[in-house]
Design a protein around this ligand. Structure first.
Ligand code: LLP
Length: 430
């Protein structure tokens, strides 16, 4: 839960606002963001890594308001498409503090990035080198670039969000020699200014060894480049991926823990190889946005199902589901939830919170013990939905996407409005 969330007489409140008031004013489902919590987590990374640049990974959740918060807290911003770049520019995020990612950036996306003067472009393919050579020549600019490498680390997370083993689409392989080859090609282009190497091993990672192994491998390549090619690259980036607690089973590291481990490895490794420590950057997304937000739903229907062995399960259907949080269906992600609008003395029953979509896999919270008298009209809150929920939201079954409301000092405001049926129908030109 975000830090300002507590229960007052059974009613969940965030930054002084009750969820019953929020639901009455903004409707449900709604993503409710504790703005101070979001900002505090952003600052915590800045404070823990004082000598590094911290790029907030906008894919976790980006809108004009969050881009502004990030800018105000002194972080940089990682975007990975022209669309995310457009949001950043609408927020007047300083372009020199933006990094552009993507394994298949289009010429149009690269052109826009160069025209507005983004601070760095993270190269992820051979084709991109040629595209940047042509564009920099045409526009008469120099492109600051990094090269994304595959450190060959098996991150212990879901296969779909693991990005540093060899057999996946991102990055140039270090062991296969592709990374060194890409470095040579980039160094040969006068329009490209190579700032350093980049590695991102995956997402929702708890075991910090993965980051440490990746740091060592990337720094060894960094040192090889210095020795073999005579080029001391000024920077390197270790990506994001820091896990958060979705349930009480999860035990995430703090930014301070992460910094202690990672910075020591970097210092030790550079000392052992006799090279200067390059300027570090990291790219946390989930760890900043995730815990700041909960999703508020209203219960619509319920039913009980007898299970083998005499037990039973209650199905509690809410007014959202896989369109506002695809993570349980996509990654088997576990969430928790609480009855948010009142107290109840009813005995807790094994419950499954499900959505309103036409799919049995439309699960919001797989297993939770909720009071047995939860009924239509009650509000449920699911914490930890600030990252990869609104940003992965869909219109499946023509359900309009939910609003995002930010709360701070007892005041709530919509930062991303709810989609309407008219929004959806406007696209359908017959
Ligand atoms: N940097 C790069 C290059 C990335 O690809 C990502 C995430 C990040 C940073 C931020 O990672 P974070 O700190 O947020 O873990 N949709 C999935 C997560 C996909 C992550 C993609 N890249 C999920 O819901 O779990």
């Amino acid at each position: 839960w975000a830090s300002s969330v507590s229960k007052v007489d059974g009613v969940l409140t965030v930054a002084g606002e009750s969820v019953t008031d929020l639901a009455a004013e903004f409707g449900t489902p709604t993503y409710v963001v504790d703005e101070d919590d979001f900002r505090r987590r952003a600052r915590a990374f800045k404070d823990a890594f004082p000598s590094a640049d911290v790029y907030y990974a906008g894919k976790a959740f980006l809108c004009v308001a969050t881009a502004r918060w990030i800018a105000e807290e002194g972080l940089n911003l990682d975007v990975c498409t022209g669309g995310e770049l457009a949001v950043a520019l609408k927020a007047e995020f300083p372009p020199e503090r933006i990094g552009l990612h993507g394994n298949n950036k289009s010429v149009a996306e690269l052109r826009r990035a160069l025209e507005v003067g983004v601070g760095r472009i993270i190269i992820d393919s051979i084709e991109e080198i040629a595209r940047l050579r042509d564009l920099t020549a045409e526009l008469g600019v120099t492109a600051p670039v990094m090269i994304r490498v595959t450190a060959g680390v098996e991150a212990h997370t879901h296969e779909y969000i693991s990005t540093s083993h060899e057999d996946q689409k991102f990055g140039f392989s270090i062991t296969g020699g592709d990374a060194l080859d890409a470095v040579r090609r980039v160094l040969a282009e006068p329009g490209l200014e190579l700032r350093g190497l980049h590695s991102h091993i995956g997402s929702q990672i708890f075991v910090t060894d993965g980051f440490e192994v990746a740091a060592r491998r990337v720094l060894r390549l960094h040192a090889d480049i210095e020795k073999e090619l005579g080029v001391a690259l000024p920077e390197f980036d270790l990506g994001g991926g820091f896990g958060i607690a979705y349930t009480t089973q999860d035990d995430p590291s703090t930014p301070e823990d992460l910094a202690r481990g990672m910075l020591k490895i970097v210092d030790d490794e550079c000392a052992a190889m006799g090279i200067d420590v390059p300027h570090l950057s990291i790219e946390p997304g989930r760890a900043i946005a995730g815990p700041s937000t909960f999703t508020l739903y209203e219960v619509g229907t319920t039913k009980s199902v007898a299970l083998d062995g005499g037990a039973s399960r209650r199905y509690i259907s809410v007014d959202g589901g896989m369109s506002d949080n695809i993570r349980p269906a996509l990654y088997g992600a576990d969430y928790s939830c609480t009855l948010a609008s009142r107290t109840s003395d009813a005995p807790a029953l094994l419950s499954r919170v499900v959505g309103k979509h036409c799919e049995s896999g439309d699960i919001v919270v797989k297993d939770e013990f909720l009071p047995g008298d939860v009924e239509a009209g009650d509000l449920l809150a699911v914490p930890g939905t600030g990252a990869y929920c609104r940003s992965l939201a869909s219109n499946y079954n023509h359900v309009p996407r939910a609003a995002v409301v930010a709360v701070r000092d007892g005041e709530a405001r919509v930062i991303l409005r709810r989609e309407t049926e008219d929004d959806l129908l406007a696209l359908d030109i017959g």
